[in-house]
Design a protein around this ligand. Structure first.
Ligand code: OFO
Length: 165
């Protein structure tokens, strides 16, 4: 049986995943505004991935005969700071999301909702990846000061030029 408490927590998590998508899309807009198109691209893909995370819960709730409830999404910040600050924020955000997923798993355990426990294992795995990706970028960015970072970025951008350009 699909636990009511798990359904409630999953509906909340749909909102949280869409808020993650919103945050990363806002970070992408910031990077576009400062002409860092590679970072903007990465953040846009990350935003799309978050929507997929939300939809996985959406389908699962429906598959279990539950009722999806869409909730209000907060407005994300508009200004984000330097690249390293942004990826530090992303890492801290993913650590928070990992705690949310772990909490959801705890509820499924308490409720003896075994299918939900199995389903949530995918998210537990995914959060390891999410934290690792953000942490690696933070570490790389920290190896350079802001000026070096700019040169490195321009270097990568210029390396992508194709013959026709
Ligand atoms: Fe959905 O993993 Fe990031 O937030």
């Amino acid at each position: 049986m699909f636990s009511e408490a798990v359904q409630e927590a999953m509906n909340e998590q749909i909102k949280n995943e869409i808020y993650s998508a919103y945050i990363y899309l806002s970070m992408s807009a910031h990077f576009e505004a400062v002409n860092l198109s590679g970072f903007a691209h990465w953040m846009r893909l990350q935003s799309e991935e978050e929507l997929e995370h939300a939809m996985k819960f959406f389908h699962y709730i429906n598959d279990r005969g539950g009722r999806v409830e869409l909730r209000a999404i907060d407005q994300p910040p508009v200004e984000w700071g330097t690249p390293v600050e942004i990826f530090e924020t992303a890492l801290a955000h993913e650590q928070k999301v990992s705690a949310m997923i772990n909490n959801l798993y705890e509820i499924a355990l308490k409720e003896k909702d075994y299918p939900s426990q199995v389903m949530l294992l995918w998210y537990i795995d995914e959060q390891v990846e999410e934290e690792k990706n953000a942490a690696e970028i933070v570490e790389t960015l920290k190896m350079f000061d802001e000026r070096d970072t700019a040169v490195l970025l321009l270097d990568r951008q210029l390396a992508e030029r194709s013959e026709e350009e």
